[in-house]
Design a protein around this ligand. Structure first.
Ligand SMILES: *Cc1c(COP(=O)(O)O)cnc(C)c1O
Length: 522
């Protein structure tokens, strides 16, 4: 392919992506294909002769799109958001165009240096403690990982390195194997599955401790577990605290956990994969006190900060332990500048690394801090609007506090009602929400995900939810009315309240509540 053709191909592809993005609302958010669908549509062998790019691009719409779950659709409300934006897409293209592998400073100086700079910008935007930044005097610094899962794992390895060194000094007669077999890690039972996985992959016992009634890990719970392990001859090594749990967006009590970890030589890692982005807005910082106690902090710009996957930000207060845990220092990799710029290969699992800071740089420059704040506040505002709609309908209840872009709710009464609602919604493919459990109750997680989600999309989702709920109650009435004549009584319960006229009222309500909760907004 020559440059002229590349430009035509590129222009057509960008136009296709723009059209896809702008018209996403019109597609069903979930596909209707069955497993193996693509096998039926594509040949068994690679083509012998090269094909034209037009054929290939056409097939994206013909065979790929029918099997895509549209994560960026305004009707996608499952999991947590996956970041995306036009500047990030272009940043990704430039990164692919340069195509360098930035494992050391010398292997592509700009790749390392832009990452150092953007991670400092980002850390300052979130108001992280100075010690985390590469521009501080100390050994702290930030690095971009592929995922929060990797961040949790490499910090576990760094914690293991730190504890092993300390214990060797304290107990010269203990060898590495003895020490490593004694180390224990802790997290709450609400932590992401990747935390448990880090324990498995890093060969460290990971205790998932019970969270309190607000789904938070408390200091007293941690302390009790640590004391019990110490009595059994084990050594507490690593704690993962979650800010913004995947289930209900709960916040572990960092200001309780922090001092306990600091006093006991236990590495405290903070997993704020989703909620961390909200630290860009001063009015949400009160939700996450105690970050100063952490040894490492990670969040995903690829979740709620407009950067497409993969871009997971990790900061450590002391990079020495990370580097020592992962340093193999072969001669062919040395370049003599190690003290002036980080060799990021020691800060991660693979050797090779992409130029991921480009897309972060594009997003931060083109949106600016204000643009990012506006985006975060917009998501929270829509979530509050949805919360108010739920509260206004007495068939439903809100479960867990709504603090950011996640609303957890359920149909009052037996779990079977909410389960049926979820089944119906998924089968109809108009909106996508997923369940979680909260104290034995099935709940629906509704997340404001797409950057293009608007009030009308929240209303669309609410209409879909209430219509299906009405259907569920109707079929119950039909069943029970046959047995006894209670239909009138139940029919009053299912009366729907019209959305028109209500919208303005609820938005007003929402604005007052935002102002009340956020005295720092000017
Ligand atoms: C999404 C999420 C993760 C996993 O993130 P990856 O980047 O996919 O590894 C971890 N922790 C929390 C709290 C999350 O919400």
């Amino acid at each position: 392919m020559d440059a002229k053709e590349f430009c035509e191909f590129g222009k057509a592809t960008l136009a296709y992506i723009a059209d896809y993005t702008e018209n996403l609302r019109d597609r069903n958010v979930l596909p209707s294909v069955k497993p193996g669908y693509l096998n039926e549509l594509l040949p068994r062998e690679a083509p012998i002769k090269g094909e034209s790019w037009k054929e290939v691009l056409k097939d994206v719409e013909r065979v790929i799109m029918p099997g895509v779950s549209h994560w960026n659709s305004p009707h996608f409300h499952a999991y947590f958001p996956t970041g995306n934006s036009y500047p990030a897409i272009i940043g990704e293209i430039v990164s692919a165009g340069i195509g360098c592998i930035g494992f050391s400073w010398m292997s592509s100086p700009a790749c390392t240096e832009l990452e150092v700079i953007t991670m400092n910008w980002l850390g300052k935007m979130l108001n992280l403690p100075e010690e985390f930044l590469n521009c501080s005097e100390g050994p702290g610094g930030g690095v971009i990982q592929g995922s929060a899962s990797e961040a949790t794992l490499i910090c576990l390895l760094a914690a293991k390195e730190r504890s092993t060194r300390r214990l060797k000094e304290e107990h010269p007669d203990w060898n590495d194997a003895t020490i490593k077999s004694k180390l224990v890690a802790y997290a709450s039972d609400q932590s992401n599955s990747s935390v448990e996985k880090a324990g498995l992959l890093g060969s460290m016992t990971m205790r998932l401790l019970p969270a309190d009634e607000k789904c938070r890990l408390r200091g007293s719970t941690l302390l009790e577990a640590m004391r019990k392990d110490e009595e059994a001859g084990l050594v507490p090594c690593y704690v993962v605290a979650t800010l913004g749990t995947t289930g209900t967006c709960a916040y572990d009590c960092l200001d309780e956990l922090g001092p306990i970890c600091n006093e006991n030589n236990v590495w405290l890692h903070v997993d704020a994969a989703y909620a961390g982005a909200a630290l860009a807005c001063p009015e949400f910082r009160h939700l996450m006190p105690g970050i100063k106690f952490a040894d490492s902090f990670s969040f995903n710009p690829h979740k709620w900060m407009l950067v497409n996957f993969d871009c997971s930000a990790l900061w450590v207060k002391n990079s020495r332990y990370l580097i020592d845990a992962a340093n193999v220092d072969r001669v062919y990799l040395a370049h003599g500048h190690e003290d002036k710029a980080p060799d990021y290969r020691h800060w991660q699992i693979p050797l090779g690394r992409r130029f991921r800071s480009l897309k972060l740089w594009f997003v931060m420059r083109i949106y600016g801090v204000e643009g990012i704040q506006k985006y975060i506040r917009g998501s929270v505002k829509l979530a509050r609007y949805f919360e108010n709609l739920v509260r206004y309908d007495n068939r439903f209840e809100i479960v867990a506090d709504v603090t950011l872009g996640l609303v957890c709710f359920r149909i009052k009464g037996d779990n079977s009602l909410t389960n049926e609602l979820l089944e119906r919604l998924t089968a109809r493919r108009q909106i996508y929400v997923i369940p979680a459990t909260y104290m034995g109750k099935t709940i629906v997680r509704f997340v404001v995900c797409s950057q293009n989600c608007e009030e009308k999309d929240v209303e669309f989702a609410w209409n879909e939810i209430t219509t299906q709920t009405t259907e569920i109650f109707k079929s119950q009435i039909e069943a029970s009315a046959v047995l006894e004549d209670r239909s009138i009584e139940i029919r009053t319960i299912i009366t729907e309240k019209p959305l028109e006229n209500l919208t303005d009222k609820l938005l007003d309500l929402e604005i007052t509540s935002t102002v009340k909760n956020s005295p720092t907004i000017s």
